[in-house]
Design a protein around this ligand. Structure first.
Ligand SMILES: Cc1cc2nc3c(=O)[nH]c(=O)nc-3n(C[C@H](O)[C@H](O)[C@H](O)COP(=O)(O)O)c2cc1C
Length: 155
């Protein structure tokens, strides 16, 4: 079974989790990059993200949509931004044709868990089977946690 691990990461936590999932599954990694990087300053990015999420803004992406035809399982990773997927992830999913795919969401967060990320991904991916998510606190990802999630979702 071929899998692809797509993710956006602002400060590196979700990237590290994506890399661990790639190691455990042998799947390919693809980082979703916005054309304009988000500011590093925490308060600035928090306010920008709140505005974008309130208005449903979709940033332009540097990452081109790959051909997803050969993949049965797509891992979709995002930081928890205001309980939602980060706008670059929503922008990617908005354009992708994912009907009939299995989607495994994963996120990192600052204490709020996965918020409504899984539900938002379901709305963004009509016709896809969205599996239970993995939510990891900050950079605290452990092989054992990833392995038990992978076995739970039969990846
Ligand atoms: C714009 C923004 C909004 C955030 N909102 C939340 C939130 O609502 N709940 C939460 O638990 N953590 C929140 N966080 C913390 C991040 O989810 C957490 O630090 C995450 O691990 C960052 O992942 P990254 O390093 O891959 O960017 C927020 C962080 C940012 C920058």
């Amino acid at each position: 079974m071929k899998s692809l691990i797509l993710y956006y990461s602002h400060s590196g936590n979700t990237r590290r989790l994506a890399e661990l999932i790639a190691l455990e599954t042998g799947g390919a990694l693809l980082e979703i990059l916005p054309k304009t990087a988000y500011p590093q300053d925490y308060t600035t990015v928090v306010n920008q993200a709140r505005r974008e999420l309130q208005t449903g803004f979709r940033p332009a992406l540097k990452t081109e949509a790959p051909d997803l035809a050969g993949y049965d399982l797509l891992f979709i990773g995002t930081p928890n931004w205001w309980n939602s997927p980060a706008p670059p992830v929503a922008a990617f999913l908005d354009r992708a044709e994912l009907s009939g795919k299995r989607i495994a969401p994963f996120c990192t967060h600052g204490g709020g868990g996965s918020g409504h990320i899984r539900r938002d991904i379901e709305v963004l991916c009509p016709g896809a089977a969205v599996l239970p998510e993995l939510a990891v606190y900050g950079g605290d990802c452990r092989e054992s946690q990833v392995r038990s999630w992978l076995s739970r979702i039969q990846a």
